[in-house]
Design a protein around this ligand. Structure first.
Ligand SMILES: [Ca+2]
Length: 225
C-alpha cells in the first residue's frame, strides 16, 4: 500500500490565510475505462458520476470499494463513523439489483450519496488541510444482493485537499484513500481484503484540472458482519 507522505506536511501557516467557505467540488473528469461491471444478476458502473448521466466525461471517481456479506448503507457508515463523521456533496452511482434476462434492460436506478468525510471543510482556519472522503451506493432498500457477495453496497473514495482554502484545491489520489479506508476498517475491528478484484478502472497518475487521478484498478473488499 502506498501512502503519499505529502499528506504529512502540515500547512498550518497557510491555513491562517484561508478564505472560509466551500469551494467547488471536483469538476467532472474523464474516465479512461468506464464500463458496466457484472456479478451474477447484478450490474453496476465502475465509476460514480457528477450527475445522473452515464458518460465518461462526467465521472467523479473509480469504484474501488465493496462492503459485502451483510451490508447496508447505514451499517457501513456507523462502523466508519468514528473517523468519517462529516459529509460532503452528493455524487451518483448507477446499478441494477436484477438486470433480468440476459443481463439487458431491467431495473437500473441511480443512488446519490454525500458519503462520510474525515473533515467537513479541509483547509479552513484551524482545520486539517486534507480530508478523506468515501461515498457508497445501493438501491431503494439501501442494499444490493447476489449469491456471490451477499448483501452489499459499493463505492468510491478520494482525498479532498485545501477544499476550503489554504492553497489551490485538488481532489483525488483515490488509491491512497482506499488504503486508508481499509486501514480504518481493520483498526475498527473488521476485516478487509485490499485490492481484491479488478474493477477495470485503472487510472495512471495524471492531473486533469483539480482532479488528481491514481487508481490501480483493483477494488477492496470489506467484510460486514
Ligand atoms: Ca485499489
Amino acid at each position: 500500500m502506498r501512502r503519499a507522505h505529502v499528506f504529512l506536511v502540515i500547512a498550518a501557516a497557510a491555513a491562517l490565510l484561508a478564505v472560509v467557505g466551500p469551494r467547488p467540488k471536483a469538476e467532472a473528469a474523464t474516465a479512461r475505462n468506464l464500463t458496466l461491471l457484472y456479478i451474477d444478476e447484478d450490474r453496476f458502473r465502475n465509476y460514480d458520476f457528477t450527475d445522473r448521466a452515464v458518460t465518461p466525461y462526467g465521472v467523479d471517481w473509480p469504484i474501488a470499494l465493496v462492503f459485502g456479506n451483510n451490508a447496508t448503507i447505514d451499517r457501513v457508515k456507523a462502523r466508519l463513523g468514528n473517523e468519517y463523521d462529516q459529509t460532503g456533496g452528493p455524487m451518483y452511482g448507477r446499478m441494477t439489483d436484477n438486470a433480468g434476462s440476459g443481463g439487458v434492460g431491467g431495473g437500473y436506478v441511480w443512488d446519490d450519496d454525500s458519503g462520510g468525510k474525515t473533515t467537513k471543510c479541509p483547509g479552513a482556519p484551524f482545520q486539517p488541510d486534507s480530508a478523506r472522503h468515501y461515498r457508497i451506493y445501493a438501491d431503494g432498500d439501501d442494499r444490493l444482493y447476489n449469491l456471490a457477495w451477499g448483501y452489499y453496497v459499493f463505492g468510491s473514495t478520494h482525498w479532498d485537499r485545501w477544499e476550503c482554502g489554504g492553497d489551490t484545491a485538488w481532489f483525488g489520489w483515490s488509491e491512497n484513500a482506499e488504503g486508508w479506508l481499509a486501514w480504518r476498517w481493520s483498526t475498527n475491528g473488521y476485516s478487509a481484503a485490499e485490492d481484491w478484484a479488478s474493477f477495470y478502472n485503472w487510472e495512471p497518475y495524471r492531473v486533469e484540472g483539480t482532479h488528481v487521478w491514481e487508481n490501480d484498478g483493483y477494488a477492496t473488499w470489506f467484510w460486514v458482519f
